[in-house]
Write a protein of this length. Structure first.
Length: 277
């Protein structure tokens, strides 16, 4: 019998109900991991497109189980440290260990008139910087307690390496600022925990075919601002201009498995050449 690349390990994933989070959960389950996950499953006012629902979370649970993994998943807001901690602690009690953290939850409060409100900036920071902090801080002690080392991957973006066409509106600035800021967290954690064989990296995808982009609000946005659509083109040929979630999941699998055992403190791009331009 061929062992999976993360056989017997347990992974914590935020933003698990759909999109990249769901893809990562299914991929790791296929490779032998059990999953602890959470998602807000509710709307944030500064976000124009529909966010994930309880039904989405239920579908992820079914897909992980179909892939052969066990899953402990609940509704929790990444911005709420106590709620995140409760999910993590209950999940670890269920499975007995934690080896992997994927701080994946994100929003794009960059469309509609909502993007012009100051709250759009603060929501971006709260979800994608403070939420990353909450997720990793809740999970790290459990990885440390195992004494086996482990891996943390934070989902950033090509917008965490380039300024893009930010026009100064609060929503776009919140997205770009948070995606840059988590690189600093990653580097600090990588240095702090290297001696414990806990590796920490960021992953920086180009546009990914998920509900965060495949929605009417984003479609209207790029039509209104055609220079943005032009700037989002990838040098490598990519069908429909968007990579698939599994393309990111495959890279994350490499980072969290033994094949990535000496990769830490690194910004890993999955961008079809986008940041090389």
């Amino acid at each position: 019998m061929i062992m999976g690349r993360v056989e017997g390990k347990v992974a914590l994933i935020s933003g698990i109900a759909r999109g990249q989070g769901r893809s990562h959960a299914v991929k790791l389950a296929e490779e032998g991991a059990d999953i602890i996950g959470f998602d807000i499953c509710a709307q944030i006012d500064s976000v124009e497109y529909p966010m994930a629902t309880q039904e989405d979370l239920d579908e992820t649970i079914a897909l992980v189980e179909k892939a052969g993994g066990r899953i402990f998943a609940k509704v929790a807001d990444a911005r709420d440290r106590s709620a995140v901690q409760q999910v993590v602690d209950e999940g670890v009690a269920e499975f007995g260990r934690l080896d992997i953290i994927l701080a994946n939850a994100g929003i794009m409060a960059i469309t509609g008139e909502q993007r012009l409100r100051e709250q759009a900036f603060f929501d971006g920071i709260d979800v994608m910087l403070n939420g990353v902090y909450n997720t990793v801080r809740a999970g790290l002690p459990h990885i440390q307690a195992g004494g086996r080392g482990g891996s943390v991957v934070i989902t950033s973006s090509t917008a965490g390496l380039k300024g893009g066409l930010a026009d100064g509106n609060p929503g776009v600035l919140g997205y770009i600022a948070s995606k840059h800021a988590v690189v600093g967290l990653m580097r600090s954690w990588a240095n702090a925990h290297a001696a414990e064989s806990i590796r920490v990296n960021t992953v920086h995808p180009t546009g990914v075919a998920t509900p965060m982009i495949l929605n009417e609000a984003f479609g209207n946005y790029v039509q209104e601002f055609p220079k943005i659509a032009e700037n989002l083109q990838n040098p490598l040929p990519v069908p429909n201009g968007l990579i698939e979630p599994v393309d990111v999941s495959n890279t994350i699998l490499h980072l969290v498995s033994d094949t990535g055992r000496y990769i830490t403190g690194t910004t890993v791009v999955v961008d079809a050449g986008f940041t090389a331009r």
